[in-house]
Write a protein that binds this ligand. Structure first.
Ligand SMILES: [Zn+2]
Length: 197
């Protein structure tokens, strides 16, 4: 519960001093990140404990789960948040998730599976469905995970020409993909929120 923070009244100085303490504390690999849920409980993001604390102290978010760690300032104490929920619903612009096309994000979206042969592989590459040399763009709808043999075999052809149909239609990933990348090891306290959505 974030009630202690609210009791003390929210003053910018308090926010700064409490948030400032966080860097002095021990950072646990799983405890240093906070899952952010929309008012609708949909997971939308991952942020730092510092950022989460500021949102809670400004009463823009409530704490749903916290860890055993305690954040202290002269005026207040607060348990270290682990999952927070925004008080007001935020429309998540699709652009937020469009902006970064990275190999990591493409592989996570495609569940680390070659989209041509369906094999799970560690050495996956990314393939332009319509090859760049033929005007294919680097957009989510045109990039898929492919194993090296499939990538070589397809070469400069379209999937139809190579008779290598895609196993799913590529599209921009939802917030889950980015949450998974930000926190490869999901803290147990997050699970019920991630998998309920
Ligand atoms: Zn393959």
């Amino acid at each position: 519960m974030g009630a202690h923070a609210a009791d003390a009244g929210v003053h910018p100085a308090n926010v700064v001093s409490l948030a400032g303490r966080i860097h002095g504390g021990r950072q646990h690999s799983s405890g240093s990140r906070v899952l952010v849920l929309n008012a609708s409980y949909e997971p939308i993001n991952v942020c730092t404990v510092r950022r989460a604390t500021v949102l809670v102290l400004k009463e823009r978010a409530e704490v749903l789960e916290s860890t055993d760690g305690v954040l202290r300032s002269e005026r207040m104490r607060m348990r270290r948040p682990c999952v927070i929920r925004l008080v007001r619903y935020v429309r998540v612009p699709r652009d937020v998730h469009r902006r970064k096309i990275t190999r990591k994000a493409v592989l996570a979206r495609d569940s680390y599976t070659c989209q041509y042969c369906g094999r799970e592989s560690t050495g996956l590459t990314v393939d332009h469905v319509v090859p760049r040399s033929r005007g294919g763009q680097s957009v989510w709808d045109n990039i898929v995970a492919a194993c090296a043999p499939c990538n070589r075999r397809k070469g400069n052809r379209l999937p139809e020409e190579a008779q290598m149909p895609l196993r799913s239609v590529p599209k921009p990933p939802g917030p889950h993909v980015f949450i998974r990348i930000a926190a490869p090891r999901v803290p147990p306290a997050w699970e019920q929120y991630l998998f309920a959505a």
